[in-house]
Write a protein that binds this ligand. Sequence first.
Ligand SMILES: NC(=O)c1ccc[n+]([C@@H]2O[C@H](COP(=O)([O-])OP(=O)(O)OC[C@H]3O[C@@H](n4cnc5c(N)ncnc54)[C@H](O)[C@@H]3O)[C@@H](O)[C@H]2O)c1
Length: 266
Amino acid sequence: MRGLSGRTYIVTGAASGIGRATAARLAEEGATVMGADLTEPSGDDGWSFTTTDVTDEDAVARLVQAAVRLGGGVDGVVTAAGVAGGGAVHLVPRGEWERVLAVNLTGTFLVAKHVLAQMLRQPARADGQRGSVVTIASIEGLEGTAGGSAYSASKGGVVILTKNMAIDYAGRGIRVNAICPGFIETPAASDDPAFSDVRLSLTSQLSMTTHLSMTTQVYMGSPLWIWLKRQGRAHIHPRVTIQEPGGSLPAEARHPLTGGAHAGNT
Ligand SMILES: NC(=O)c1ccc[n+]([C@@H]2O[C@H](COP(=O)([O-])OP(=O)(O)OC[C@H]3O[C@@H](n4cnc5c(N)ncnc54)[C@H](O)[C@@H]3O)[C@@H](O)[C@H]2O)c1
């Protein structure tokens, strides 16, 4: 599988979970990958790394420059850096609210901002495309959930930010899409006590539907990222994608709770 050779991608949150699996999978596909996270991951998955706090705009600018030095440009980014957190609103300290919003929403904005600026500086490819931005939102950004507060608000912000970016850059050869995973077993989702209410709520919501499995192995999700990257001619914005059991993208994915269409290849 070398379908992405010659392409360069940035993946944030690359030290763990979804980001790490995404970076490894892109590298398997032959892409040059610059991972970013607060601390360097152990092991060698065949991709490069730059220590980056996505809430620090100077650090994000340096990350994009490092990717350009590595691969000669930036063809895509996956913004997987994120934190869980929240609780019932009357119990949430302002600092906790601001921490979650800073990483999940402002961090996504800053990374997208500097990657988009770089893509616009680059000449378009022969097919007129300049690149692809994939944000990792969450089903919680579409539906409220018990104890979600700060996390759900941050992911709802990512969803609408992504839709707006898709509109703004559609005419400039840049595809922008959000992925809204259900529950995926990763360190953040499994270990963080603040996530336990959310997990319970998702479990009860998702048990009402056959469209989403409660637990999806993180690697199983990766083909979805690759699928998005491969849609060179199929412009699939501005839609929000719902992950299906097993990670494959259905021709017509329906929102599990409302029945509305959220994914497509148009
Ligand atoms: N696991 C799930 O069930 C699930 C569901 C929906 C959405 N998501 C989202 O997917 C993304 C990845 O989650 P995950 O489950 O793989 O979590 P994870 O904790 O395994 O990985 C998140 C990574 O982000 C990094 N990170 C945190 N703050 C950062 C910062 N300021 N700068 C740079 N990196 C930072 C962490 O160090 C960590 O390595 C997150 O945005 C999460 O909200 C996860």
